[in-house]
Design a binder for this molecule. Structure first.
Ligand code: ATP
Ligand code: MG
Length: 229
């Protein structure tokens, strides 16, 4: 078994990386029966912290999926975070079916290409104002050379754009500008700006009944499942 690694990335902060990752992880865990690991590589807004709080309240702890924290800052003079991240991936690769990586809002350094290199898929949450779109385009332009290197080694790197916090002011012309940049596939389904995404922050909770076929989250989740098979 070699894990499918899905990273949630965008250079822009606050676009919904952690929110989408948590919902996706919970649904993968509850609905597919596969082994899920979350790497919380953004210890600032900690998913791991959320889990600790939930553990104190939740009795059925054994049914949690696993979360491991990772810090990009140097622990001591001889610590090399990039190497440490690589080692972590090697350690967990054969133990899980899906590994979801949460990434910090502001990443400028070498960790960006490294996370991309170890990923099979990158989910890029996008907020559709013209300002946000330009920073997303700048971010996407990092991807093609990394993908080319991966292809040489016999691997792929697929990038999915998911419109988040969609509201009536969504400008379709802005979204069209994104289609195909760096080979990104825009999802057909959008995630709306709804309190349910804000409110139900949990590492565990499956947002909606999977049987609700027309629910937009289920449409998103099923579209993702279809693409990562
Ligand atoms: N679809 C949505 N509807 C309503 N609120 C949302 C939605 N998606 C995210 N939010 C809210 O927007 C804020 C930012 O979301 P989140 O923390 O997931 O973004 P992020 O990209 O992980 O941010 P950071 O870059 O700081 O890590 C949070 O308060 C979250 O609850
Ligand atoms: Mg986050």
């Amino acid at each position: 078994m070699s894990a499918t690694i899905i990273s949630f990335m965008n250079r822009k902060g606050g676009v919904g990386k952690s929110t989408l990752l948590l919902l996706t992880a919970s649904s993968l865990h509850h609905r597919t029966g596969k082994k899920v690991l979350v790497i919380d590589a953004d210890l600032q807004t900690s998913i791991l912290g959320l889990r600790e709080e939930e553990k104190e309240m939740e009795q059925g702890e054994s049914s949690f999926y696993e979360i491991v924290g990772f810090s990009w800052s140097k622990k001591n003079a001889s610590d090399i975070p990039l190497l440490r991240f690589h080692k972590l991936i090697q350690q967990i690769e054969n133990k899980y079916d899906y590994v979801l990586v949460d990434t910090p809002g502001k990443m400028e350094g070498e960790e960006v290409p490294l996370i991309m290199t170890v990923s099979d898929f990158i989910v890029v949450p996008i907020i559709a104002s013209s300002f946000d779109i330009q920073s997303t385009i700048d971010f996407l332009e990092i991807i093609p050379p990394i993908r080319e290197d991966k292809i040489k080694e016999g691997f792929e790197l697929k990038v999915f754009g998911v419109v988040n916090k969609k509201d009536r002011s969504l400008e379709h012309k802005h979204l069209e500008a994104l289609q195909g940049i760096a080979g990104m596939e825009l999802f057909d389904t959008h995630i709306s700006n709804l309190v349910r995404y804000k409110r139900d922050k949990s590492t565990f909770y499956d947002l909606v009944d999977p049987k609700e076929k027309e629910d937009e989250f289920n449409l998103y989740f099923n579209e993702l499942l279809g693409k990562i098979k």
